[in-house]
Ligand binder design. Structure first.
Ligand code: C2O
Length: 571
């Protein structure tokens, strides 16, 4: 069967019509409510010569697209028909005054248990662009994900020439194993995770993989027309390069915010990032590869190195046209990874917080803990018979057994502390100071510690990569807020030489902190609740590369978190 995945393109034909109907029915009203029912269920899927049970939503893979307009309310009832715990996170949605619906398990809610339901209810306040949703518990998001596309309000144009059509392209990683068990086994072993069995584009690995020459996502394009591609990296443990054979493309939006147009041949997307790009069918009529491949900046890491391929197919191309191959950068091309970021700017001059009230310095990296097991062969498969871990300011986040937001709101004692340190215990050469004495000098402390901010605090965070084991680019994601990426660089952060862009930095929700380097971000803590801050590489998050911050209620109207919903799941 030819998998051209007609679901998305054919639906797109309907969009102008749906919009017209929508505009006619809501004329005079400013926003609408969109209802969805997400049935979390298992489904049999054949990929790479093997049929497996995977967890999906409504029997679709990738899951259903959510489409809405700026300021709309979205109401999604999630019913869990699988044996696994689940939650859904709306990645990039700020959840203004709706922290209860953010979704990270054991942070803002207990998971939805087998047979249970929970209704998410939030508003896309002043947000438009490309977002996505994904499970936020164990490694379920390997198959439980889909797009969340928010259009500008009726009559509000894009700040670029209207594209002829648009497509969503979700990059993923696919395992032939039960991912919930896989995560458990990896964590028990103390060692590294196995590479994914395949990279995928909209769920399809493409012709480079066994038995996959028909499992290819295909975009049909009309010569001369311009298309908007909404790129989403829903990958689990890998950062990725993306490119299209013979075609340059222009970035116009990143993480749901417009950017100054930036034309490039390729881009590196970290898990958790989205990007809108314009591509014009201005090449000879034919068939061109769209490719996704690995970016791995760490040393001695095993990863999948076969690229996922999709096709850009010109209408009018002969059926057996040779496909023009796409050239991806080498997996360790740090410069290629950095180039696009260097050119990324907000569309307009922005209002970056100036008089910083909280200035934090947070180290991010991998640890090797000592083996405490009687059974080191099975349990301590990390370097030098240690156990792999990861940390922020050398504290490995320990997942609680309750919802921290609930514990905080109901003033339940004993589940977390509020003493996450704003600086590391000692400053040293973080990048080149890898100790020889692994695992004795690379031990992390454990803790479930939060940082507490008053409502409205102007925050600067400096993330510093550490080379404890290997330096590596880490995609740091913040819930409930976007932030200005005012600067980054390689080596140790140095206040005297660091250069900041306070004019037009990009406004993002996930930043790939450069390998062996640092990144500086600023934002205002103006959303009360408990917010997760973590590496969006799932294995790193599982190892503890995360923390959380609490934003207290403000004093004025609309500065307090409302009561929890009645159907909030119990642990
Ligand atoms: Cu996309 Cu906390 O996640």
């Amino acid at each position: 069967m030819k998998m051209t995945n007609p679901a998305i393109p054919s639906f797109l034909h309907l969009i102008p019509l749906l919009f017209l109907l929508h505009v006619m029915t809501v004329a005079g009203r400013s926003s609408a409510t969109r209802f969805y029912h997400f049935k979390v269920q298992t489904m049999r899927l054949t990929r790479l010569c093997q049929t497996n049970e995977i967890v999906t939503i409504n029997g679709k893979f990738p899951g259903p697209a959510i489409r809405a307009q700026e300021d709309d309310r979205v109401i999604v009832t999630v019913t869990n028909r699988t044996p696994y715990n689940t939650t859904i996170h709306w990645h990039g949605v700020k959840q203004k005054l709706s922290c209860w619906y953010d979704g990270p398990s054991y942070i803002t809610q207990c998971p939805i248990q087998s047979g249970q339901s929970f209704t998410y209810n939030f508003t896309l306040t002043q947000q438009k662009g490309t977002f996505f949703w994904h499970a936020h518990v164990s490694w379920l998001r390997a198959t439980v994900y889909g797009s969340l596309v928010v259009y500008p309000k009726a009559g509000v144009p894009y700040p670029f020439k209207k594209p002829f059509m648009e497509n969503t392209i979700i990059l993923g990683e696919y395992w032939l194993k039960d991912v919930v068990q896989l995560q458990q086994h990896v964590l028990e072993s103390g060692g590294p995770p196995p590479p994914a069995d395949a990279f995928t584009i909209n769920g399809q690995p493409g012709p480079n993989y066994n038995c996959s020459s028909n499992d290819v996502y295909e975009i049909k394009i009309v010569p001369g027309k311009t298309y908007l591609l909404r790129l989403i990296n829903a990958g689990i443990n890998m950062e990725s390069f993306f490119t299209i054979a013979n075609h340059r493309f222009t970035i116009v939006e990143a993480d749901g915010e417009y950017t100054k147009p930036l034309t490039t041949e390729r881009v590196m997307l970290v898990p958790g990032q989205t990007m809108n790009v314009l591509v014009t069918a201005d090449q000879a009529i034919g068939k061109y590869s769209i490719a996704m491949g690995p970016y791995e900046s760490g040393k001695n890491i095993k990863f999948q190195n076969t690229s996922a391929i999709a096709y850009l197919q010109y209408l009018g191309a002969l059926p057996n046209t040779l496909t023009l191959p796409a050239k991806l950068p080498d997996f360790n091309d740090n410069l290629a990874a950095k180039n696009v970021m260097d050119g990324l700017r907000s569309l307009n001059t922005v209002d970056v917080p100036k008089d910083i009230e909280a200035n934090l310095f947070i180290t991010i990296g991998i640890n090797v803990n000592k083996c405490n097991s009687e059974n080191p062969k099975d349990k301590c498969q990390g370097p030098k018979n240690g156990r792999l871990a990861a940390s922020m300011n050398n504290i490995s986040f320990v997942e609680p057994k309750v919802s921290i937001l609930e514990a905080y709101y109901k003033k339940l004692d004993g589940y977390f502390t509020t003493d996450f340190p704003g600086v590391p215990e000692k400053f040293s050469d973080f990048v080149n100071g890898a100790p020889n004495n692994i695992p004795n000098d690379t031990q992390a402390a454990n803790g479930t510690r939060a940082i507490v901010f008053e409502y409205g605090t102007k925050i600067q965070l400096i993330f510093q990569n550490t080379g404890t084991l290997t330096t590596e680019n880490h995609p740091i994601h913040i819930h409930g807020h976007s932030f200005y990426v005012i600067g980054y660089g390689t080596g140790n952060y140095d206040q005297r030489t660091a250069q900041f862009n306070l004019e037009d930095p990009p406004y993002m929700n996930t930043i790939g902190v450069p390998v062996g380097g640092w990144a500086a971000i600023r934002f205002v803590a103006d959303n009360p609740g408990v917010w997760f801050l973590h590496c969006h590489i799932d294995i790193h998050q599982s190892w503890g590369l995360s923390t959380m911050f609490i934003v207290k209620n403000g004093k004025k109207e609309l500065e307090s978190l409302p009561q929890p919903p009645a159907d909030l799941p119990k642990c």
